[in-house]
Design a protein around this ligand. Structure first.
Ligand SMILES: [Zn+2]
Length: 206
């Protein structure tokens, strides 16, 4: 008897959380770690958003927070979240930092912001930088996995001095600021051939 009521209570809580989630305008981590179709469905079913665009590539506008979410097609599906509230943006960033795996910081131009690259457990790639309140999510696709297998040609940087041992994905890395020789642009494949290994600062989110 006690057991049944416990189960009923649990089911009640789960349903309650589900409803609370479905009607909330706040973006939660599960939405960032789901498929793009599930995200789309959850947004269409949420009364807090106006929607437009096509059913394949829709956009959603938050009624209260002005959060703008747009589906794009690039090599695969990409969803861009444009936040209007700094608090909300930083709250989502914090969720990403505590739940997703940090991959690397990326920057190939001193005038460009450093892009933070994360990956979720289902393989979604999350990117953001601190100069705009925008989060992008790229979903796994066949084309993307093909490109991933060619990631050897991703641009990286090395300090061409005798003591240097690391290659950097972030041109503005502290590890490169001490370089007293030339900084050369290379790619992962070539850097590895010269026995450089990936920089620890570039692959640590701090
Ligand atoms: Zn570095």
């Amino acid at each position: 008897m006690i057991k049944t009521s416990k189960i009923k209570y649990k089911i009640f809580i789960i349903i309650f959380l589900f409803i609370a989630n479905a009607n909330s305008q706040e973006i939660n981590y599960n939405q960032l770690n789901s498929s793009s179709d599930n995200l789309k469905t959850s947004l269409y079913n949420n009364d807090n958003y106006f929607s437009g665009g096509t059913s394949d590539l829709p956009y959603f506008q938050g009624k209260i927070s002005d959060l703008y979410i747009k589906f794009y097609k690039s090599t695969g599906t990409i969803v861009i979240f444009d936040f209007k509230s700094k608090t909300e943006y930083l709250r989502v960033i914090e969720k990403i930092q505590s739940n997703a795996d940090f991959r690397f910081k990326y920057c190939t131009d001193y005038n460009e912001p450093i892009v933070y690259n994360y990956q979720t457990s289902r393989g979604n790639k999350i990117r953001f930088n601190y100069s705009e309140m925008r989060v992008s999510v790229e979903y796994p696709s066949k084309v993307n996995s093909f490109l991933e297998s060619n990631s050897d040609f991703t641009s990286v940087f090395v300090c061409v001095s005798k003591g240097a041992y690391a290659y950097h994905t972030n041109l503005r890395c502290e590890g490169l600021s001490n370089c007293d020789a030339k900084i050369a642009k290379s790619n992962i494949k070539e850097a590895k051939e010269y026995n450089y290994r990936i920089c620890e600062i570039c692959t640590t989110d701090e």
